[in-house]
Design a protein around this ligand. Structure first.
Ligand SMILES: CC(C)(COP(=O)(O)OP(=O)(O)OC[C@H]1O[C@@H](n2cnc3c(N)ncnc32)[C@H](O)[C@@H]1OP(=O)(O)O)[C@@H](O)C(=O)NCCC(=O)NCCS
Length: 164
């Protein structure tokens, strides 16, 4: 997946964590693997492959890869690279959890040269607050100032019926 305006002609930023590699290289992203997880996640159940592809195209992404190169984790960052970043679609496959991969992906983004000087990072999580607190996220100081338009049923409404 390399034909995006988000691509930059620079070497990928990568880190090793034991046998794993954490990387911002778009060419390594495995769309089938990412879609397979997101379609069963609690926040985007039933999301189509096409929507995942378009979302990735418009985002900065980081992946975690095992020794064989298989994608075992993913994090997506919706950003203008200047003022703001929304962190979403963070997952690590069950059998690779508890080894620091999620924290390493978030830290790679927070310390990434293209994401410095931003005024605000935000995210929404059901129960992973402890992870994000470790890398500087806090509860929203003034929730009354935040608003949203949320449509959690959107993928269910727009799902194409399966043939047969
Ligand atoms: C949440 C998730 C991404 C964490 O991945 P992981 O690779 O196992 O997390 P890490 O090993 O990097 O955890 C780093 C630290 O955060 C803590 N942490 C991880 N998940 C946590 C959670 N759900 N709640 C509280 N703390 C958590 C870990 O205990 C660890 O702390 P330590 O360094 O003191 O041991 C993974 O469990 C997952 O994919 N869950 C399902 C999808 C999901 O809920 N995604 C988050 C959506 S916002």
């Amino acid at each position: 997946m390399n034909d995006s305006a988000r691509d930059t002609p620079v070497l990928p930023v990568e880190r090793r964590l034991g046998p794993y590699t954490i990387s911002d290289d778009r060419a390594r992203l495995d769309l089938d693997a990412i879609h397979a997880y997101l379609a069963r996640s609690y926040w985007s159940q039933g999301i189509s492959r096409e929507v995942v592809e378009r979302a990735i195209r418009g985002s900065f992404c980081i992946g975690a890869y095992d020794e064989s190169g298989a994608q075992v984790g993913f994090a997506r960052f919706i950003t203008d690279f200047t003022t703001f970043c929304y962190v979403c679609d963070v997952y690590v496959l069950e059998e690779h959890r508890g080894r620091g991969l999620a924290k390493a992906m978030i830290l790679l983004a927070i310390e990434h040269p293209r994401l410095q000087g931003l005024r605000r990072w935000v995210l929404v999580t059901r129960d992973a607050h402890g992870l994000y607190r470790q890398v500087g996220f806090t509860d929203i100081a003034q929730p009354a100032q935040y608003m949203e338009r949320h449509d959690p049923q959107v993928y269910r409404r727009t799902a194409q019926p399966r043939p047969g």
